[in-house]
Design a protein around this ligand. Structure first.
Ligand code: FES
Length: 188
């Protein structure tokens, strides 16, 4: 299990009408720098790993880049266009997955919650898959089957006009931060 330290979120974040106002100002957000390091290792190992048991042809990696880096109140934020259609894109440089499902937009850590392997998006089956131990997750990050013991980790998000703003340092684990995890989305 990765050693994850906790941090307190900064009070008084101006979320501009975000659905996560309470969550962003609540305690129990998780420091994500350890995850970013682990994710980098996982990405480095991708070339050594075969595709999952499901069809390799169905694997789609759409890459997305942040619009511009911003730093508000010392927090590391990345901005992305809000996806117009359901699906998922990966920002490999920042270990972020941006996904839209049923009108809700999420940001996930790229790392599998089990042992930090980089997850993949299967566009045909609309599932995230882990190539290491074959865990599967729905597009909203909820766990389906495999060795993982929780849903995909979500990042704190807010909406700024037509932009999705992701706090890449604030990660919510479904089993430890249930309320924040459940609220970590915007409507597209
Ligand atoms: S690392 Fe993903 S299921 Fe084990």
């Amino acid at each position: 299990m990765t050693d994850i330290s906790r941090k307190e979120t900064t009070a008084g974040v101006d979320c501009g009408g975000c659905s996560l106002h309470d969550a962003l100002n609540a305690p129990a957000a998780i420091e994500r720098r350890e995850f970013l390091r682990a994710g980098a290792l996982a990405l480095a190992s991708l070339g050594l790993l075969g595709l999952g048991a499901r069809s390799a042809d169905a694997m789609e990696v759409r890459e997305v880049s942040p619009l511009s880096p911003t730093h508000t109140d010392g927090r590391a934020e990345k901005r992305y266009p809000i996806p117009a259609v359901d699906g998922a894109s990966i920002d490999k440089d920042n270990d972020v997955i941006v996904a839209r499902a049923a009108g809700k937009v999420y940001a996930f850590a790229l790392s599998c919650p089990h042992q930090n392997t980089a997850l993949r998006w299967n566009a045909d089956e609309k599932l995230f898959t882990c190539p290491k131990h074959k865990s599967h997750y729905r597009a909203d990050g909820s766990f389906i089957d495999g060795r993982s013991t929780r849903d995909m980790d979500r990042l704190a998000v807010r909406k700024d006009g037509q932009t999705l703003v992701v706090d890449v340092d604030t990660l919510y684990q479904q089993d430890l931060n249930a309320a924040q995890w459940a609220a970590a989305f915007i409507t597209g």
